[in-house]
Design a protein around this ligand. Structure first.
Ligand code: AMP
Ligand code: GLY
Length: 427
């Protein structure tokens, strides 16, 4: 089979490495891919993940048998719809189903209508009304979210009225996130451990993957600005079998049923961002895709062939498939460019030792391969170093040992990935 993967980050690299394990796979095209992905797939740097028409043209002219659309933007832009129209089977939701991520207003209203537990909220399209609500009714901290996609930056948590007014102004009036801020959700601030659960679903059947924990802040001890994610561990020790059963009953199955009832069944990977509050699990957000860097710890623990699972999702036969996991744990430490998520330099030469142990994989997120063949940095998050192990501490130790040996100028990493999870295991 010839496969096409849309995207070019660490998540896509993890998907591609896993797809390659299937012996029927001949060629994998990555659009655009990146420097490291080029070792595993045929990259097409001239076609970006949002170039929908070019992606469809490429797929039809290169006899692509199956496409995986990984990032949020092309999903929201209807990449899967257009590929389907061209007769190409895909993994990923159609645009109407991707609204579960691309519109927070849609997601919140869905949860309210179908009784899915989430933070209490109000929606505003008029900044004056939002400001009046904040002045009269609000308790702080409070959560202000831009409706649309905002590169993971559209959530603000003001601690007082002054900060809240600034948040509304920046999103709705200064349009910090463009049209994504035409409407906002203002919601109750919840507390508790956060868990990410990615799930395969064909619209009716659902197979949750191993749970995981992200580390979103740039600095140790969860300090500093929010990033795309500085590291992950799986499974997440807070996600006990009891919590999992409750989530299945109160959140996962009701969400699938709600999407079917709205006429937009969700097919693909549905990501549940959950908070385990004292009153039970609540949905913080849905994503219509694999998480990054959650995928880099979840897929290495998947025992069943990934392409088989993806074909079952597309063919709506997931319920007939037994999906198995290896057991054990995985940890991913992100190596970023100094300065990220602010400004940083690129073009620094990267060296990855060739003798890393078999339980370690380096996923390439932001690098490029210039003409001289030397791999250089090209983004904020450059690499994700994942290790698997029988225990979380073994996985962490191996990931950090390997992360030390990978070098580039300005390499920055958090030193405490997994510490919270280890404390939860002990406690
Ligand atoms: P998101 O971009 O939707 O993933 O949100 C970013 C982060 O904001 C989440 O991972 C949470 O830590 C936090 N957050 C979002 N909504 C809430 C909420 N209602 N209460 C507390 N924290 C929240
Ligand atoms: N790591 C969070 C996300 O992919 O949205």
């Amino acid at each position: 089979m010839n496969l096409l993967v849309v995207g070019g980050g660490g998540r896509e690299h993890a998907i591609i490495k896993k797809l390659k394990e299937n012996p029927t796979v001949e060629t994998i095209y990555a659009l655009p891919g990146n420097g490291g992905i080029a070792q595993d797939a045929v990259c097409v740097p001239s076609i970006g993940a949002k170039d929908i028409a070019k992606i469809v043209d490429f797929a039809t002219s290169h006899s692509v048998d199956f496409a995986v659309v990984a990032p949020d933007d092309p999903l929201a832009l209807g990449c899967v719809d257009r590929l389907h129209e061209a007769g190409i089977p895909c993994f990923g939701p159609v645009a109407r189903a991707a609204r579960i991520e691309s519109s927070k207003v849609f997601a919140k209203n869905l949860m309210r209508k179908y009784g899915i537990p989430t933070a209490r909220y109000e929606v505003f399209g008029d900044p004056a009304k939002a400001l009046a609500y904040l002045r009269e009714t609000a308790c702080f901290p409070i959560v202000v979210k831009a409706d649309g996609l905002a590169l993971g930056k559209g959530v603000l948590i003001p601690q007082n009225l002054q900060e809240a007014e600034a948040a509304v102004k920046s999103i709705m009036e200064d349009k910090a996130f463009g049209d994504s801020g035409n409407e906002i959700v203002i919601e109750e601030f919840l507390t508790g451990p956060e868990v990410s659960v990615l799930a395969f679903t064909d619209g009716t059947a659902i197979v949750p993957m191993v749970s995981s924990m992200d580390h979103k802040r740039a600095g140790d001890g969860d300090t500093g600005p929010n990033t795309g994610g500085m590291g992950t561990v799986a499974p997440n020790p807070c996600y006990t079998p009891e919590v999992a059963a409750k989530c299945m009953e109160k959140i996962f199955l009701p969400t699938l049923a709600a999407m079917r009832a709205e006429g937009c069944p969700f097919k693909g990977c549905l990501y549940f961002g959950l908070m385990l509050t004292p009153d039970g699990p609540r949905v913080i957000e849905y994503n219509c895709r694999f998480g990054d860097p959650e995928t880099q710890v979840v897929l290495p623990l998947l025992k069943t062939d990934l392409l088989t699972v993806m074909l079952a999702v597309e063919g709506e036969t997931l319920g007939e498939l037994q999906v198995e996991w290896t057991g054990g744990s995985a940890a991913c430490v992100v190596l970023a460019s100094q300065g990220y998520p602010g400004g940083y330099e690129t073009g620094k030469e990267i060296t990855v030792p060739e003798d890393l142990p078999a339980n370690v994989t380096v996923y390439h997120a932001g690098d490029k391969l210039p003409e001289d063949g030397k791999l250089v940095t090209g983004g904020g998050r450059v690499l994700g170093v994942t290790a698997t192990g029988e225990t979380l501490s073994a996985a962490l130790e191996a990931a950090y040992a390997a992360a030390e040996r990978v070098t580039f100028d300005g390499k920055y990493l958090r030193r405490d990935i997994g510490q919270r999870a280890l404390r939860a295991l002990e406690g």
